[in-house]
Design a protein around this ligand. Structure first.
Ligand code: ATP
Ligand code: MG
Length: 378
């Protein structure tokens, strides 16, 4: 369904998923005076704490989806929601992002095809859906990474391979599900650009974030990215081109690799939602990525995305809850330029995203050093 009139407070908005992204979405929506319904099967879903209504049911529960469809508009906080659920909702209310955009982002084979369709570079790759797809020609892509086409995140569902024999073994290890084989590229750094798009006349991008991973999980995002202004501009143009090609409506995160001495950019993947690498926008930008999500689903143009201060966002994983004791928040809480965000998750475990903090500083490199030193004190 499509409405031409913007949806205004105190309308009820719906969100599929009640994790930390859903929680920050709810906070943004509530702050603007909207009401929010969250659908999430977890009774302790982080977003439910702030929502007006929590439909505690599976994501494909027809009765719950029918209730959610009564909201003035619905969005999602994660990409692995079934496209069927989004299509069902779209028959009754305004849904963004659209189901077709979400299903493209769910599948690396489709995703890569769309990136190329937008005229953008990817790492050289091929689809591997059966053993027969592995031929002599596949050797061109070695050393490479075999990635499952669906359901991969935080580096899961990936095997690095050097030879055709290793490639075949890896395909077996991944249970012969549809995969893509990607050539290893000469990665110099990783960045992401968040595009906020209502339509071709109303589109904004945030400055690229430089992302530092540890054990396959995002650890720090540094903004502005330590790259030339030209490369940063090019990254924003590329992200926008991809959003245009998809005629995307909503918040889209585009991950890119900075490759080789020339710092050329290739697109790795996209997420049809706010992204962990955009959490700094909560403290460092005129508008944050969750406010943009609210605005766009309500048919409002995305607002100004200006970066007000250089900064570094640091993730807080469950790993820092030693012996189940609460980490020491005092150093962050007493720092006048650090901002703590905790997601209210009931239990901490290794690799689980429990919160983040953002350090502001005149210089992004200094912000990164300060964030590392504060993180070491947790
Ligand atoms: P996430 O959920 O954290 O985004 P993911 O599981 O979806 O991760 P990718 O982003 O595709 O997986 O890959 C994880 C990491 O592996 C990348 O951030 C990058 O460091 C490395 N990597 C992936 N593809 C390549 C490649 N073709 N060449 C070199 N390094 C790569
Ligand atoms: Mg990734």
């Amino acid at each position: 369904m499509n409405t031409s009139q913007p949806i205004l407070p105190p309308a009820m908005l719906g969100v599929l998923g009640g994790g930390q992204l859903g929680r920050m979405f709810v906070v943004a929506a509530k702050t603007m005076g909207y009401q929010v319904t969250v659908l999430d099967p977890n009774p302790d879903a982080p977003a439910a704490a702030f929502a007006d209504r929590h439909l505690c049911a599976p994501f494909d529960d027809k009765a719950a989806l029918t209730e959610l469809a009564e909201c003035a508009a619905v969005t999602t906080e994660f990409e692995n929601v079934s496209a069927d659920a989004l299509h069902f909702l779209a028959d009754h209310t305004v849904v963004s992002p659209r189901g077709d955009s979400v299903s493209i982002a769910q599948n690396r084979i489709q995703e890569k095809a769309w990136i190329q369709k937008a005229g953008l570079e990817t790492a050289p790759y091929q689809a591997v859906c059966s053993l027969d797809d592995i031929t002599e020609a596949s050797a061109e892509l070695l050393p490479g990474i075999l990635k499952t086409a669906t359901l991969g995140y935080d580096g899961k569902g990936q095997v690095r391979v050097k030879t055709l024999d290793e490639l075949k073994a890896a395909f077996e290890t991944l249970n012969r599900v549809d995969c893509i084989l990607e050539k290893m590229v000469d990665l110099r750094s990783e960045i992401s650009v968040i595009v906020c798009r209502l339509n071709s006349d109303n589109e904004q991008t945030f400055d690229p974030a430089e992302n530092i991973h540890e054990d396959g999980i995002l650890a720090y995002s540094i903004v502005p990215a330590r790259l030339s202004a030209d490369v940063q501009q090019q990254a924003q143009d590329m992200a926008r081109r991809l959003a245009d090609e998809l005629d995307y409506v909503g918040v889209l995160a585009v991950e890119m690799f900075v490759v080789g001495d020339t710092h050329s950019l290739i697109v790795n993947e996209m997420a049809p939602r706010p992204h962990n690498s955009g959490h700094h926008t909560l403290n460092a930008c005129t508008t944050d990525q969750f406010q943009q999500q609210v605005r766009i689903m309500c048919g409002l143009p995305p607002a100004d995305t200006r970066l007000l201060s250089s900064c570094c966002m640091a993730n807080i994983l469950g790993d820092v809850w030693k012996d189940n004791g609460e980490p020491d928040w005092l150093p962050i809480q007493t720092d006048l330029h650090a901002y703590l965000h905790l997601y209210g998750k009931k239990s901490a475990s290794r690799g689980r995203k429990m919160g983040h903090f953002t350090v502001l500083d005149q210089d992004a490199g200094t912000a990164f050093e300060k964030a590392q030193s504060l993180h070491a004190k947790l």
